[in-house]
Design a protein around this ligand. Structure first.
Ligand SMILES: NC(=O)CC[C@H](N)C(=O)O
Length: 519
């Protein structure tokens, strides 16, 4: 089991890497994290919701995603409350105290999920959350040492040396753990290291001497991995205003003027920004983030992403000056026939006339949207959770093409009352699901190309042919030559991750801990 000395120490990727290495040895292996707090979730084939990191780890194992790999998912809607997802289904929005009272039930479900999932597996690779030394949380722990005890797991403690204070964090964590928990810690992994590893030796020896545990690995900082992120922490560090994505395939080599300028609007409750991952693999794309109206500029494509609190984030758009900037951008795009504003899920809702939350599922009340699309949204108690495939009509990318993805939303959107009455400015369905039902709507300019559109489909950019056609349409508008485009797939990146971790981690020692006879 990987546990960290802090959040974002890199446990998820180490877990994915070790899953991949074990699967490559022909072992049956599955990942497990009892409880996740994240707004990047995913929908399984069964229409159940779970954390993105365990989906990636499942892919590393060659397994379909299974909610038992992440039985509890907390999706924060505010600083003190979260929507609680149990085994893929929402059970309600709870404040911290309510959740603590609910914990005994959650722990029962966690154990059942683990016991079922681990039956028949050669190895389970577990991931903790945050730090096991948060002694204020220890009494309610269901994700770190309590889980390790239940699984009988050895613990590898991961410290993030890039953040600083890693040696003190390791020694301090060990000293705060109780004796029995300390005994579970088999060794340390120093993660995200840059520089000359030989300079570390005296420090590693000193920490090992003091705590009587070996370092089982020093893993380098893995730059430009094109893998989905679990939470917003690294995303917000990764793409800052004015900087290109570190993942763009031709990265710094491409001249800015030869690249499409794509802006992601950052939102306080941004969710499912993994929707952008497919764009990040493309050469000739510069991705930047805008958090204020004056940061928007004149990009080729603006993406208004998903949100776990559409009403609060709509208010943020107003306060930050983004609402006015986005409206101006969209009106220019429609008039001049250049540029696209695309909203995904919560972003689609914000493009409309208004958003209402009568059941107080997120923020409560209602709020006018940007008023760009003649649709209204109401959040209802039934959460739509499904994997979806469909068609993007020619107005989006120049030809009708297949799209795939998933839906996670309480909102139902449809033509606004005024729209139904006047039948003017037809709200054209631009994306449809496999049954022909509308999944997205938009407005086209004089040339017939959609300039403002939104969809409930997360992952809308994942299908290679659609993404390439859309980007090349935008390139042509800018007078740039079309590009062949990259393939978006996780397999090769997972292998690259596994190779890099294998080079830094003493896998022989890991296999020995697992009782496996592998050299
Ligand atoms: N994933 C999203 O963006 C969800 C949008 C909104 N919070 C809803 O549930 O309807």
């Amino acid at each position: 089991m990987f546990q960290g000395t802090c959040s974002n120490a890199g446990k998820s990727l180490l877990t994915a890497a070790v899953c991949r290495l074990l699967a490559r040895r022909g072992l049956s292996v599955a990942p497990f994290k009892a409880q996740n707090m994240a707004l990047n979730s995913f929908v399984t084939e069964q229409g159940e919701e779970m954390g993105r990191a365990q989906v990636l780890q499942a892919a590393a194992c060659g397994l379909p995603a299974d909610v038992r790999m992440n039985p509890v998912l907390l999706k924060p809607t505010s600083h003190t409350g979260s929507q609680v997802i149990m085994l893929g289904r929402p059970v309600g929005r709870m404040r911290v105290g309510e959740y603590l009272r609910y914990k005994a039930e959650a722990w029962k479900a966690v154990r059942r999920a683990y016991d079922e999932l681990s039956t028949g597996m050669d190895v389970m690779v577990l991931e903790g959350a945050g730090s096991p030394a948060e002694i204020n949380l220890r009494a309610h722990d269901i994700v770190n040492m309590r889980m390790a005890r239940h699984a009988g797991a050895h613990v590898l403690l991961v410290a993030d040396i890039d953040r600083g204070g890693a040696f003190a964090a390791l020694v301090g964590t060990m000293s705060l753990l109780g004796r029995a928990d300390r005994a579970r810690v088999a060794g340390y992994v120093l993660n995200k290291f840059r520089g000359d590893a030989s300079l570390l030796d005296p420090a590693l020896a000193a920490v090992s001497r003091r705590t009587r545990r070996p370092f089982l690995g020093v893993v380098p900082m893995l730059e430009d991995l094109r893998l989905p992120e679990e939470d917003s922490v690294s995303f917000k560090l990764g793409i800052t205003p004015g900087l290109s994505a570190p993942h763009a395939a031709d990265g710094d080599a491409a001249r800015a003027e030869d690249c499409l300028d794509i802006v992601l609007v950052d939102l306080p409750h941004i969710s499912n920004f993994t929707d952008l991952d497919a764009l990040r693999v493309e050469a000739g794309v510069r991705l930047r983030v805008a958090r204020r109206g004056d940061e928007l500029g004149a990009p080729d494509l603006v993406i208004l992403p998903g949100s776990k609190n559409s009403i609060a984030d709509m208010r943020f758009l107003r306060q930050s000056g983004l609402a006015g900037a986005l409206r101006g951008y969209a009106q220019r795009a429609l008039k001049e026939g250049r540029g696209v504003l695309a909203g995904i899920c919560g972003g689609l809702q914000m493009l409309g006339q208004d958003i209402a939350d009568p059941l107080n599922l997120e923020e409560g009340g209602s709020e006018p949207g940007l008023g760009l699309l003649p649709l209204t949204t109401e959040l209802g108690c039934v959460k739509c959770l499904r994997r979806t495939s469909g068609r993007a009509l020619a107005a989006l990318a120049g030809e009708e093409l297949a799209v795939t993805g998933y839906e996670i939303h309480h909102g139902r959107s449809g033509p606004s009352a005024a729209e139904v009455e006047t039948k003017a400015a037809a709200l054209t369905p631009l994306l449809t699901d496999h049954t022909g039902q509308a999944l997205g709507w938009g407005l086209a300019g004089a040339d017939g190309a959609a300039r403002v559109w939104g969809t409930y489909l997360h992952g809308v950019f994942d299908a290679d042919a659609f993404r390439h056609a859309l980007l090349n349409r935008l390139r042509r508008e800018r007078g740039l030559a079309p590009l062949a485009g990259a393939a978006y797939g996780l397999g090769p990146e997972l292998d690259r991750l596994a190779d890099a971790v294998e080079a830094g981690l003493d896998m022989t020692a890991v296999y020995r801990l697992l009782g496996l006879n592998i050299q």
